[in-house]
Design a protein around this ligand. Structure first.
Ligand code: URA
Length: 212
C-alpha cells in the first residue's frame, strides 16, 4: 500500500501554513510546501530527519538538499552504497537512492527550524502510515532527538522503553531495528558533537545489518 504525502496546501498546522504562505510571497522561486520523501520506493533503510531547512529542502523541494546537513548525509549515503550519481545540492542533480528513503518528522519548514509539539503531533500520522506501508524497511535511522521521539511515537511505542542516544540501536517488531544519531546539523558538526567518523560508524552498522 502506498503512503500519502501531505497535500501542497495542507493546513493541519496553522502557524506553518501561514509561514509558508508568507514565504511564497517573499521567496517565489522556493518550493515552499510540504517536502515529500525522496528515494527508493522499496527501501531497506528509512532515514527520518527533523524538518526542511529554509534555504535547503524548503528551497529545492528535496529533503536535506542544499542544506549543510545534506552535505554530510548524502556523502554518508554514497560511502555506504545507498546512492548512485553525484549529489550537488539541487533536486535536478540526477542523484538516486538505492535501498534508502529520506523523509522528515515534520514536512513543512518551521520558523527558526523549531517545530512545536502540536506540529510534530499533527504531522505524525504521515510518518505512521509511511512506516507501516514500507514493509521492505529493516532499519530506521532517526537524525536527532526530535526525530527519534516522533518516530517512536509514530510507531505507537513508549519513549521510556526506546530512549534516544547517539548510535543507540533498539530492536523493533520482526527484524526491524531503530538506529539513532545526533543530527548532522551545522551546529552539531561545528561543535564536534557529531564528527564524520561518528556518523559514518552508524552507517557502517546499518549497512552490515541490512546485508547480514
Ligand atoms: N533538511 C531536512 O530536510 N531535514 C533536516 O532535518 C535538516 C535539513
Amino acid at each position: 500500500m502506498a503512503f500519502q504525502e501531505p497535500h501542497r496546501d495542507c493546513d493541519r498546522c496553522p502557524r506553518l501554513r501561514a509561514f509558508l504562505l508568507e514565504k511564497r510571497e517573499e521567496l517565489p522561486s522556493y518550493y515552499n510546501a510540504p517536502v515529500p520523501s525522496f528515494g527508493d520506493p522499496e527501501p531497506r533503510l528509512l532515514i527520518v530527519g527533523l524538518a526542511p531547512g529554509m534555504h535547503g529542502a524548503n528551497q529545492t523541494g528535496r529533503p536535506f538538499t542544499g542544506d549543510w546537513a545534506g552535505d554530510l548525509l548524502y556523502a554518508a549515503l554514497a560511502e555506504y552504497g545507498f546512492s548512485e550519481g553525484t549529489y550537488s545540492g539541487t533536486a535536478d542533480d540526477g542523484l538516486t537512492l538505492k535501498g534508502a528513503m529520506i523523509t522528515n518528522a515534520v514536512r513543512c519548514v518551521p520558523p527558526q527550524n523549531k517545530p512545536v509539539g502540536a506540529e510534530c503531533a499533527a504531522c505524525r500520522p504521515f510518518l505512521t502510515e509511511q512506516i507501516e506501508s514500507l514493509t521492505s524497511v529493516k532499519a530506521i535511522l532517526c537524525l536527532g532527538k526530535i526525530s527519534h521521539d516522533n518516530t517512536v511515537r509514530a510507531m505507537g511505542l513508549k519513549l521510556s522503553a526506546y530512549p534516544f542516544g547517539h548510535h543507540k540501536i533498539h530492536k523493533l517488531q520482526g527484524d526491524r531495528r531503530l538506529y539513532s544519531s545526533y543530527h548532522c546539523s551545522r551546529y552539531n558538526t561545528n561543535t564536534k558533537r557529531l564528527t564524520e567518523e561518528m556518523f559514518y560508524k552508524v552507517f557502517a552498522d546499518i549497512r552490515g545489518y541490512i546485508d547480514g
